[in-house]
Design a protein around this ligand. Structure first.
Ligand SMILES: C[S@@+](CC[C@H](N)C(=O)[O-])C[C@H]1O[C@@H](n2cnc3c(N)ncnc32)[C@H](O)[C@@H]1O
Length: 352
């Protein structure tokens, strides 16, 4: 159980991260205006009302994150979990990498990938510089900067948003209440550098965890971070989430965080269908991704600006997509959905 001092520390930490994220983005925009004005993306002016709504919504996210830790869904230590020293050391590298991002944006160069990438090993939609990120998802450099870049983008709310999968997941797992926790198997699809697996390990210390991703480099980075955790090392598997290399029905739960908006519509459905295949009857899928126009119309300008600033080719389609419908057509029942700051979370159960 956490005490008021811990709560104050958590609030201070989140406010500090928020401020650093804002300062970084403002400084980067000003510098770009000065040094590479041709590449500055034209964004829609943000209405003051939206800023207030964003602030209030972020506060609610932090409050819920705190309350769920207090209720024991996960340990409060998870609220402070980050490789602080490592991030501090890497922060100058984010700045050093920034001009490369600008020039790609300026030249609309979205296929600037490492020369040694075997293009036949990946789906075409994957072979791009999402977010104008150096090397796309296909290098150690990209993998080593990704977590920090995401923290900056979301003003320090990335993990609180990822943790929103834990409530629906733990609720879904109650179906298997009689089973020893060491026999519960959870798959995290598109695990990237493993941040969601860290949250899962906090909430389910005994469970068997597996993470899957297309990027070898991101999986190696995930392995470095995850091997520092106590308990059994999650298993990491390289593969395409549209057709995962597992037998049917091998998991009691599947999570998938921040993948859907980076997929074309057919691939989005393929991934949801393949998640369904992974589950045992009664198993739960929990998806988390950007909020959408239908549930968060007040953030339309934020969604539009995200698309304008970052290379996110499938985002305009994603924010109009009907994920409930996709879950239903895959076969899921008892579908739920809720929004938390910039993240929407869906859950669905495979019928028994
Ligand atoms: C935005 S990142 C999200 C990573 C992680 N879930 C997180 O919360 O930080 C998207 C991830 O999806 C992976 N990815 C994209 N398409 C994929 C696919 N078809 N199959 C498996 N992984 C994929 C990328 O390699 C990348 O690690």
């Amino acid at each position: 159980m956490a005490d008021p001092l811990t709560k104050l520390a958590y609030q201070t930490l989140q406010n500090g991260k928020g401020l650093l994220g804002l300062v970084h983005k403002e400084a980067s925009t000003r510098l770009m205006n000065l040094l590479a004005p041709d590449g500055v993306p034209s964004t829609v002016p943000v209405p003051p009302r939206m800023l207030q709504d964003l602030r209030a919504s972020m506060d609610r996210l932090h409050q819920l994150d705190w309350e769920e830790a207090e209720r024991g869904l996960y340990p409060s230590s998870l609220l402070f979990d980050a490789p602080w020293l490592d991030w501090a050391a890497r922060y100058p590298l984010v700045w050093l990498d920034t001009p490369r991002t600008w020039s790609r944006r300026q030249e609309r160069n979205i296929r600037d990938l490492p020369k040694d990438v075997d293009h036949s090993a990946y789906p075409d939609y994957y072979l791009q510089n999402f977010h104008h990120q150096t090397d796309g998802y296909l290098s150690e450099t990209s993998a080593s900067l990704y977590d920090l870049q995401v923290e900056i983008l979301f003003n320090g709310t990335a993990d609180p948003m990822r943790r929103r999968v834990l409530g629906p997941l733990l609720l879904g797992l109650q179906t298997f209440g009689e089973r020893p926790s060491g026999q519960i198997r959870v798959l995290d699809v598109a695990t990237g550098t493993g941040r969601t697996l860290r949250q899962l390990r906090g909430a389910l210390p005994q469970a068997q965890l597996v993470g899957l991703d297309l990027s070898h480099a991101y999986l190696r980075q995930a392995n470095r971070w995850l091997s520092q955790l106590p308990g059994e090392l999650p298993q990491l598997v390289q593969g395409n989430a549209e057709a995962m290399p597992f037998i049917d029905g091998g998991f009691e739960a599947v999570t998938c965080v921040f993948l859907l908006h980076e997929l074309p519509p057919e691939a989005r459905q393929n991934v949801i269908d393949d998640c369904y295949r992974q589950l045992v009857p009664g198993g739960t899928l929990v998806l988390a991704d950007s909020v959408q126009l239908a549930d968060s119309p007040q953030f339309e300008v934020a969604m539009e600006n995200f698309r304008r600033v970052f290379h996110e080719p499938y985002y305009p389609d994603y924010i109009r997509d009907d994920i409930d419908q996709r879950l239903q057509s895959a076969g899921f029942e008892a579908i739920t959905a809720s929004s938390h700051f910039m993240t929407r979370v869906w859950s669905g159960r495979k019928p028994r």
